[in-house]
Design a protein around this ligand. Structure first.
Ligand code: FE2
Length: 378
């Protein structure tokens, strides 16, 4: 309910205002007008007041590791099809969201553990952190993956996760779940069947390493297979190996760019981001490199794969992140990234909701030059 203007305090008019605001509230209405004369556009201030994602850092060693190991000990596949810890932004709780539109979740697979197939309308990626034998089956493509490999499980594709080795494997996933939830389009599917028979694993229908075999590193389109996979809204290449992306950075490590040394994971058939809702980048911070301050309304989730990164947000937050950590940088903040090492590069995996903003003509990005000018970025 609104605050009463100072002018009306103690007058019959103020009593009537108070009563009116109480009734407006009771009737589930919002008064979209200025209620204070000392605040410019007070009606906009009130309209925009609400939950906001905060810049935040989850350290794997400090915040997650003990609970990941404990959950692996206590929660088994017999009692739950899933065992992930979702990063909940303190500014957004109780929503399950790490930034407004996306969430990151961590999962540790026991050796030779396999979860049953499921599907959902949220799209997801899974990023291998430790262990070389993480497993994800996507629509009949069986993918075994390790450190830095990114696996797609696009909207409505059947997939099952697990580990096919004798060592535990740790991975993280990024989902557009909070965005799909806001659009009232969340659906889940379980009870996977083939030919009317319920199955706990998908039968392989593609050759091992199909994605690399057919799509390579992009730029060559195989005409002898169909590229229609899933509902057709996502990249048909379901795994992006770390060495492929890392090599592009390595080859260009002398390049200069105000926005940093960044490569984007793209759809090899249609170009552009791998999903319509979110996109992913790999960024190298060369030894001692500090990026220009960037400000954009897209939100970022930053996870170092090599080295460490110091992330400063609005001169109010300084996060020191290492391998297995995640930093949430909500949109509309100034951010710089710095590699504190003078000898080794840092490599960061970054998820962004940029495509969702771009689809509606809302995306805005800017950088501050060394001279102090603010320039728009494309
Ligand atoms: Fe899933």
């Amino acid at each position: 309910m609104g605050e009463v203007s100072e002018r009306g305090t103690g007058t019959p008019e103020s009593d009537e205002l108070r009563t009116m605001y109480a009734r407006i509230n009771e009737k589930h209405l919002f008064p979209f007008w200025a209620q204070r004369s000392d605040v410019e556009h007070d009606e906009i201030r009130q309209l925009m007041a609400g939950a906001r994602a905060q810049p935040f850092h989850w350290s794997y060693a400090r915040d997650l590791e003990a609970l990941m190991l404990q959950s692996a000990r206590l929660i088994h596949t017999g009692s739950s099809d899933r065992r992930s810890l979702i990063l909940v932004n303190p500014g957004l709780r109780p929503r399950r969201a790490t930034v407004t539109t996306l969430y990151t979740a961590y999962r540790i697979n026991d050796p030779n553990e396999m979860m049953p197939p499921h599907k959902h309308t949220a799209s997801a990626i899974r990023l291998g952190l430790t262990g070389q034998e993480n497993f994800t089956g996507v629509e009949g493509e069986n993918i075994v993956f390790g450190h830095g490999d990114m696996v797609l499980t696009p909207v409505e594709t059947w997939h099952n996760h697990g580990c096919v080795g004798n060592e535990p494997a740790l991975n993280l996933s990024v989902l557009d779940y909070p965005l799909v939830e806001v659009l009232n389009a969340l659906e889940f599917g379980h009870d996977y069947q083939e030919d009317g028979i319920r199955k706990r694993e998908q039968t392989a229908r593609f050759t091992p390493d199909y994605s690399r075999k057919i799509y390579g590193t992009g730029g060559a389109t195989a005409r002898f297979v169909s590229h229609a996979r899933g509902v057709g809204a996502s990249s048909p290449m379901y795994v992006y190996r770390y060495d492929m992306m890392r090599e592009v950075l390595e080859r260009n490590r002398d390049a200069e760019s105000l926005a940093g040394l960044v490569v984007e994971y793209t759809d090899p058939i249609r170009g552009g981001p791998v999903f319509k809702t979110m996109t992913f980048f790999l960024q190298m911070l060369r030894p001692g490199e500090k990026t220009a301050p960037l400000n954009q309304n897209a939100s970022l989730l930053i996870s170092p794969l090599e080295g460490r990164a110091i992330c400063r947000v609005d001169d109010q937050h300084m996060f020191d992140a290492e391998f297995r950590d995640t930093i949430a940088v909500p949109g509309n903040h100034w951010m710089t990234l710095e590699n504190p090492s003078s000898t080794t590069p840092a490599v960061l995996f970054i998820a962004s909701d940029e495509p969702a903003l771009a689809a509606f003509g809302l995306l805005r990005r800017a950088a501050r030059t060394p001279a102090g000018d603010v320039v728009k970025l494309g």
